[in-house]
Design a protein around this ligand. Structure first.
Ligand code: FES
Length: 115
């Protein structure tokens, strides 16, 4: 099982292939935002990779990051935790002023991933 480390939190073992946004929220217990429900629209699920950044990027992720002019981050809703990785959760409910983290993302990447 891959090991996920969110900076500042204890490392956890994650079911291989789990959607990263859900692994951060459910396994690591970190209050990451997912305002669009994991659909590659809001970019609030963004993380910085310290190690283990996935090589593949979905077309949806590439498109929304480019449209918003965002660099140096990845969308956790568009990545799978299928190997050891360490991330920095830079977009959390705590301190955001939002009432909640957003709709629960589906267990699989949405929209259906194209690479
Ligand atoms: S882009 Fe909205 S939750 Fe990932």
């Amino acid at each position: 099982m891959p090991r996920l480390t969110v900076e500042g939190f204890p490392p956890v073992e994650v079911e291989s292939g789990k959607r990263l946004v859900l692994a951060i929220e459910e396994d690591a217990g970190v209050d990451i935002l997912h305002a669009c429900g994991g659909n590659a629209r809001c970019t609030t699920c963004r993380v910085e990779f310290i190690s283990g950044e996935p090589e593949r990027m979905t077309v949806a992720e590439r498109t929304v990051l480019a449209a918003k002019g965002v660099t140096g981050v990845r969308l956790s809703c568009q990545s799978l935790c299928d190997h050891d990785m360490t991330v920095r959760a830079i977009s959390r409910l705590t301190g955001s002023g939002r009432p909640d983290a957003g709709p629960k993302p589906a267990p699989v990447i949405t929209p259906p991933p194209e690479y």
